[in-house]
Design a protein around this ligand. Structure first.
Ligand SMILES: Cc1cc2nc3c(=O)[nH]c(=O)nc-3n(C[C@H](O)[C@H](O)[C@H](O)COP(=O)(O)O)c2cc1C
Length: 245
């Protein structure tokens, strides 16, 4: 697991049905609150992102559960915010189990986070019933690249025993340095040729020599998605109602 890295290039080798089933079955064995998810599969290499042999779309699925409740003569009364929090966890633990299982069988994978922002399009493509919400996608196949493992925060910036500490400047700087030096040493953003453009009055002062992870992530969450409208619209189209919460 310490050797994990996302894989975005795949060989022509097609995973067998047996391998596919083993990976999904391992995913299903993840801990769950209510098995509140479904997984969609596309083997359409030509269309899949990164031309991956397998594309999974992990969905939060209330539809399936409501069918079970109806069979028992029950109706769902739980609110959608709470259900979504639980459902996202069920779906995420399942998906990560698939990542780990795939790796143990020699396959690589990469999550794609924008599924939730184009949930309506995915719903049309896979003819999803209402109350099924595409959360995240996962490409998978045999690796045709061997990138280095990417940096992470120091563990003391992630694990706080007994009490959440007062995070002083030294601790924050150390964590930022570990991430930024790590990504710069791998020349990650120059190789990816990707710097998030600055909006408005801000002037660009960075080059690929000093643009690294903390600047990248600040530009993301300091500029993107200021309003929840788009997400709420996607959820509402799928039959989830958060305005009632
Ligand atoms: C929710 C989520 C969304 C992601 N979305 C994308 C994506 O859209 N495109 C991409 O290339 N990688 C995506 N990733 C992969 C991350 O970029 C990657 O996990 C992170 O940079 C750390 O690198 P590593 O997985 O190689 O350790 C996503 C990962 C997660 C968990």
């Amino acid at each position: 697991m310490l050797d994990h890295r996302s894989i975005r290039k795949y060989t022509d080798q097609t995973p067998t049905d047996e391998t596919l089933k083993a990976i999904v079955r391992a995913g299903q064995q993840a801990p769950f609150a209510s098995q509140y998810y479904s997984v969609l599969l596309s083997r359409n290499r030509k269309r899949n992102p990164f031309k991956a042999p397998l594309l999974f779309t992990i969905c939060v699925d209330s539809h399936k559960f409501e069918l079970i409740m109806a069979r028992r003569g029950w109706k769902l009364v739980a609110n959608d915010l709470t259900l979504l929090f639980f459902g996202i966890q069920d779906a995420a633990y399942m998906a990560e189990n698939m990542v780990v299982a795939a790796r143990s069988l020699g396959l690589g994978s990469c999550f794609l986070g924008n599924a939730m922002l184009r949930a309506d399009k995915i719903a049309t493509e896979y003819q999803l019933p209402k109350r099924v919400f595409p959360l995240v996608q996962l490409t998978m196949g045999y690796p045709a690249e061997d990138p280095p493992p990417r940096p992470r925060y120091p563990t003391e910036f992630a694990l706080f025993e007994d009490k959440y500490p007062e995070l002083n400047a030294r601790m924050v700087s150390k964590a930022m340095k570990q991430m930024d030096d790590g990504y710069l040493a791998q020349d990650y953003y120059r190789k990816a040729r990707y710097m998030i453009p600055l909006k408005g009055h801000r002037k660009e002062t960075f080059t690929y020599d000093n643009y690294s992870w903390t600047e990248h992530i600040c530009r993301k969450w300091g500029q993107w998605y200021p309003q929840p409208k788009e997400m709420l619209k996607q959820l509402e189209k799928r039959g989830f109602n958060l305005s009632a919460c």
